[in-house]
Design a protein around this ligand. Structure first.
Ligand code: ADP
Length: 272
């Protein structure tokens, strides 16, 4: 059977030899390796900022009266930044763990997805703080069934990644439209650094990053797309990614027709 393996052990009893065969160890070993990797990753991710916090606090304590107020505040500010990073990581871990229990979305409702996309565009614009051009187009105002809270966080995560991985001066476009087959599609397109093809299949793995340093610099936890993937799976939505290094990326979420309750032509103008 695929994924199964045999563990064959030869045990000696005096002159007798006995062969013990156990099945499916490869699956168990794989799970155990994943668990160990996860614990190692979490420990590493927490240890790094914690070391930095301790370092800054030691500097402040050891300096006694050698630091003036501004210098002291500078070090304490840096320590606080690292503490926030640990907080973000723990929040993401808790979100992921809640999603992984596989419990159904707690708050299924019918909501206006076009309105949600416009709201995310405003949040994205605020996040960019004038460094990018943020554009939005909503082709039709659709009512969608699902957890508005979870889908908002998944869509917003893709938009914030677009900002974080696009150098200043670039463009981030958000679009909601309906396919002829009745599927809804939310896409985030950026003119950012892009992703090489070999990394694309692994982007939604926990802690997988193309460039760890860059992810950290922009406040990433390496868990965003893993959370997005879980939310989308719960809503039977599909994530499609296309990207060209140095040119940009497009992340699209396909929402199945049965989640689209009704649509009408969008009344609000597009653009940001
Ligand atoms: P992170 O917190 O590191 O951003 P994510 O899970 O959100 O974690 O994303 C995983 C990795 O995918 C990122 O570290 C980055 O390498 C890559 N990535 C995600 N979105 C983009 C994007 N829009 N452009 C380029 N790379 C991206």
């Amino acid at each position: 059977r695929k994924g199964a393996a045999l563990l064959v052990q030869v045990i000696r009893f005096g002159d007798h030899r006995k062969m013990v065969i156990s099945r499916d160890v490869s699956q168990l070993e794989k799970l155990e390796t994943m668990r160990r990797d996860f614990v190692a990753n979490v420990s590493h991710e927490l240890r790094t900022p914690l070391t930095v916090v301790s370092g800054f606090l030691e500097t402040v304590i050891d300096a006694e009266d050698d630091l003036d107020g501004a210098e002291r505040n500078h070090y304490l500010g840096l320590a606080l930044e690292q503490a926030s990073r640990m907080q973000r990581l723990i929040n993401d871990l808790l979100t992921l763990s809640a999603l992984e229990t596989g419990a159904p979305s707690p708050d299924e409702e019918v909501f206006n997805v076009g309105g949600m996309v416009r709201e995310i565009a405003r949040e994205t614009d605020a996040l960019s703080a004038g460094r990018h051009t943020v554009e939005v187009s909503v082709d039709c105002d659709c009512q969608c069934a699902g957890s508005a809270k979870e889908l908002h966080s998944a869509f917003a995560n893709l938009a914030s990644n677009a900002v974080r991985y696009t150098p200043a001066g670039g463009t981030v476009r958000l679009r909601w439209h309906l396919d002829p087959d009745g599927f809804g599609e939310f896409c985030v397109e950026d003119t950012g650094i892009g992703v090489a093809p070999e990394h694309l299949p692994r982007l939604t793995e926990r802690f997988y990053r193309v460039d760890r340093g860059r992810s950290r610099e922009t406040g990433g936890t390496g868990l965003g797309l893993a959370i997005v993937k879980h939310v989308l799976t719960r809503h039977q939505c599909e994530l499609k990614v296309s990207s060209t290094p140095g040119v940009g990326s497009t992340f699209c979420v396909r929402v199945p027709a049965r989640r689209i309750v009704r649509c009408e032509q969008a009344s609000a103008p597009s653009g940001q």
